[in-house]
Design a protein around this ligand. Structure first.
Ligand SMILES: Nc1nc2c([nH]c(=O)n2[C@H]2C[C@H](O)[C@@H](COP(=O)(O)OP(=O)(O)OP(=O)(O)O)O2)c(=O)[nH]1
Length: 157
């Protein structure tokens, strides 16, 4: 089963072939952290990864047998040194990249403890709309639209 989530095609010109139907889908847990001032956290992709230095929301791939919530807690511990205490899935989206087909599970992180540390050589920035950072990862752009539609305070509850 693919998913009922909307599919964002990053390269609509890419030739399709029969193998496309067999492409594995990678689940990714992504966190939206909102600070007391109503700003949300964006991080840059570390060197060496696809789309290095593009801005995104922190997170990473779900491992086999892991829940989205557990994957997010693990990724944020590994990348930022924080402990997630409460999170819930907010929106889901499938992105068809040339390098991978991913299903993004965007989660509201309601509570965490610890101070941010950049453990993977990334950068972090607390943002408000309109975001001035560039470039932004294509699969993260819809989140900015959703945040414009729903006040950030409403997703942090
Ligand atoms: N973390 C994150 N990934 C995103 C976002 N938007 C988006 O399209 N993606 C895509 C990019 C990648 O194809 C995939 C995440 O894979 P990744 O390589 O960052 O995951 P990871 O940290 O587990 O990486 P690794 O262990 O394989 O090195 O999801 C986003 O906002 N945050």
């Amino acid at each position: 089963m693919r998913s009922s989530s909307p599919v964002l095609r990053v390269d609509p010109e890419r030739p399709r072939d029969v193998a496309d139907g067999e492409r594995p889908i990678t689940d990714v847990a992504v966190g939206i952290l909102v600070d007391p001032a109503g700003r949300f956290l964006m991080t840059s992709r570390p060197p060496g990864k696809p789309y290095a230095r593009y801005w995104e929301f922190p997170g990473g791939k779900v491992e086999p047998g892991e829940s989205v919530e557990a994957a997010l807690a693990r990724e944020l511990r590994e990348e930022l040194g924080i402990s997630v205490e409460a999170c819930t899935v907010w929106r889901e989206e499938v992105v068809d990249y040339p390098h991978a087909l991913v299903r993004l599970h965007f989660c509201r992180v309601q509570r965490w403890t610890g101070s941010l540390q950049m453990l993977e050589g990334q950068q972090a920035s607390w943002e408000t709309l309109p975001v001035q950072l560039a470039p932004i990862l294509p699969g993260s752009l819809p989140v900015l639209r959703w945040l414009a539609e729903a006040p950030v305070e409403s997703i942090s509850k």
